[in-house]
Ligand binder design. Sequence first.
Ligand code: ADP
Ligand code: MG
Length: 284
Amino acid sequence: MTASTSSPRATGAAVSGVPATRLGPSFDLTAPPAPAAPAPAPAVRVANVSQRYGRGPLVLDDISLDIAPGEFVCLVGASGCGKSTLLNLIAGLDRPAAGTITTPGAGAAVMFQESALMPWLTAQRNVELALKLRGVPRRPRATRARELLDVVALTDAAHKRPHELSGGMRQRVALARALAQERPVLLMDEPFAALDAITRDLLHEELERVWRATGCTVVFVTHNVREAARLGQRVVMLSSRPGRVAREWRIAKTEGRRIESPEVAALSVEITRHLREEIGRNAA
Ligand SMILES: Nc1ncnc2c1ncn2[C@@H]1O[C@H](COP(=O)(O)OP(=O)(O)O)[C@@H](O)[C@H]1O
Ligand SMILES: [Mg+2]
């Protein structure tokens, strides 16, 4: 796995990495190479963050992680290693015991395993509610909600209530609602864990499409290694008790990946091996 992260909005690549078509007609090949532009400020910066609950043991220990604008990062680790704790800190739902977290001023949208839709509202109205909370006026609200339901392939289910929808459809509504918030960062905590494998594959494709189209930054928590290898441009593995960044993988080519792709399988095998070692160390 090579070390090259490219993201839809990432800028600041060295000139050698810029496709010739983007250099423009005035680019002088005889000129000395321009100095590499500074790396863009990270969309999310986690700096030396530690966390514990009450007087309990340290759950996260000195985590530092920079996530570039437009990057898709998956966080993997054993159950209970602190993935949700870290995501909740990034979401601003909790404060770290030590260290700092920086996110864009506009903040992040969060999506959980449970869709947490309003049961008495239709899919359309659930999405409209998020728009209303942003102050979008009624008329454009309805139009925008329909567009977002189109994006997640739910056009025909707009008038159904959550109990009339399958689990996959409910998570699609939750995704549309998260997108309605128009935040630059999307935080996802095992959002597809309760879905069957085929529905999950479809949602992976949809999420990837939405991510490429919007250029948002995604932090996706999962204990499913294969899912992380399928989705991430970078996979960050946390150790357990306490949670630390144990290792990370960067994936150079992410286009066209499928859950059954050989490169996804190979990366899953490697991550799983390291995860097993990590779990073994803890059990010892
Ligand atoms: N609100 C809480 N109060 C006390 N302990 C908690 C709380 N939330 C999580 N923990 C503990 O912190 C550790 C990490 O939990 P969590 O972040 O949920 O892990 P993960 O999401 O990786 O499964 C676990 O040992 C869990 O029991
Ligand atoms: Mg969790």
